[in-house]
Design a protein around this ligand. Sequence first.
Ligand SMILES: Cc1ncc(COP(=O)(O)O)c(C=O)c1O
Length: 388
Amino acid sequence: MKDQSRKATLCVHAGKEKSLNIEGVNTPIFTSSAIDFLDQEDVLYPRNFNTINQKVVAAKIAALETGEAGLVFGSGMAAISNSILALVKSGEHVLFQKDLYGGTYQMAMQMLPQFGISCSFAEANAEAMKSAIRPETKLIYIETPSNPLLRVTDMKVIADLAKNYGILTMIDNTFASPINQNPIKFGIDIVAHSGSKYMGGHSDLLFGAVATSHVLRKRISESGKILGSNVNATTCALIERSLKTLALRVLQQNKNAQALAEFLQQHPRVQQVYYPGLPDSPDHEIARRQMSGFGGMLSFEPALRSGADAESLIRRLKVIAPAVSLGGVETIVNMPARTSHSLLPQEERQKVGVKDILLRLSVGIEDVQDLREDLDQALQFAGVYATS
Ligand SMILES: Cc1ncc(COP(=O)(O)O)c(C=O)c1O
């Protein structure tokens, strides 16, 4: 946990622009998009990723991810798509892990092929990935823990494999947040985030981020300037404020999620809990090796009596709100079969283990006893629903 307490300091202080020499502890918001070009090394303009508020946020995120440099984008998908388009050309190939965020999957299936970039998918283990590598493979892309079953990919194994073939690696680190996992330490080249989740943390911001080396940052920013999906100064100031409490929030979310996973696991009206922090999770050992906290996301299958459905359980919850997205201070519940995986036919969903009754929780920072009581009363209700 030593590592995490240091991160709390980075959250508050990293990235400060000391040269400004201004009073006070906060970065002022520099709203100008028209900036003096004389006596400047660079053309300063918000689409060039080089205004003060953008740089402060990028530096804080780079520090938290142990990267040399960072970039801030207008959304998580902007961070992911800009990076891939910057690093992979027509005629080249991207190998994705099978369990992916829906937007990334859609991009791989529909958009990248239009640019002549071929995409394929493999299970997230070295053997499957190795046999899917092609001579033209340029990038291996993973996501861990995955959505919604919280499977954990061994990052070092994938990074080592890719290095043997001279292939770049990229990860979506949104679910873990930089507080729980730093993929660069395991050899991953590019770390992307949907900042709209844990980094923003209050369910009110849309942004994305990348942490990487100076060399790759330069390449991604050059194409990013053309594609143009940047963040203005006011949003950057809100992001900076959110990041100051990231460690505090995530540590509480980790604690609450662990407590809820244990509570649900022993609950008579729950069949199955998916959380890498549970000792009998199939990925617990890998998670222990590469994560410093198991995160705030968990999924479970309630044991419903016939006639009851997962929606009836959700409607009974009083503290926990039904909502898409994740990572905010409030606990929310989501039905992957109705949201992230709704485009897959039911048969396909069953194959990938996403049952219609699967519920995903993004655990917040509330008093965990209130969350336990809320889930308990809803589970009791759903259990007797058919006969009442
Ligand atoms: C794991 C993951 N990655 C990426 C994204 C895309 O982020 P954004 O909505 O900020 O574009 C999301 C959004 O839900 C996500 O859950």
